[in-house]
Design a binder for this molecule. Structure first.
Ligand SMILES: C[S@@+](CC[C@H](N)C(=O)[O-])C[C@H]1O[C@@H](n2cnc3c(N)ncnc32)[C@H](O)[C@@H]1O
Length: 169
């Protein structure tokens, strides 16, 4: 499929928003689709996640994240794959984090619907999954974060999801 977006790291001050929407514990396997330097996933471990899996197309970034995992002695909990998100099976995930352009959510939507287990939480930064109804949204600065739980609710025809879901702040 190729690159959906270049590396635009989530600012450190925005990262907590993911875990306010999707709190994690030892049972959680957290995937970041387009994991960059791994910052969301290292935060997930600090918040108590059991395992993290990063998928990153850029070999330099995937290497950097692996190196950080080594330095933090997290190799047993952390996997960083150099791969295209479209080529990785997502069925082990209990939480999926994603900060990619809308072309990616459009491409990933059928894959999510096919592979993600019921109850898996998906948090999208900035760009919603069109047609899915978020169970919660949060605005942080100029960005909106969207939480979905599989299987997602469907937005009624002709109504925009923002009009259905009040912003919970
Ligand atoms: C906007 S950055 C976000 C990085 C990280 N998730 C964060 O929030 O800090 C998106 C990342 O996705 C990677 N990427 C883009 N298309 C991809 C694809 N098809 N498969 C895997 N990674 C991809 C880019 O190389 C980049 O590092």
């Amino acid at each position: 499929m190729g690159s959906f977006i270049s590396f635009i790291p989530t600012p450190f001050e925005d990262i907590d928003t993911f875990f306010k929407l999707a709190p994690v514990s030892q049972v959680d396997v957290v995937f970041d689709l387009g994991s960059g330097d791994g910052r969301l996933l290292f935060a997930a471990l600090e918040k108590g996640a059991g395992k993290i899996v990063g998928v990153e197309l850029d070999s330099v970034l995937a290497c950097e994240a692996r190196k950080t995992a080594g330095e933090k002695r997290l190799e047993d909990k952390a996997t960083f794959l150099e791969a295209d998100v479209m080529d990785v099976n997502l069925s082990d995930a209990t939480v999926v984090l994603c900060y990619l352009y809308p072309t990616a959510s459009e491409a990933l939507k059928p894959k999510f619907e096919l592979e993600l287990k019921p109850g898996t939480r998906v948090v999208m930064e900035s760009f919603p999954v069109e047609g899915w109804k978020p169970v919660q949204t949060k605005v942080f600065g100029y960005k909106t974060f969207y939480l979905y739980v599989m299987p997602p609710g469907i937005v009624e025809q002709g109504r925009h999801e923002a009009s259905l879901e009040p912003n919970t702040g």
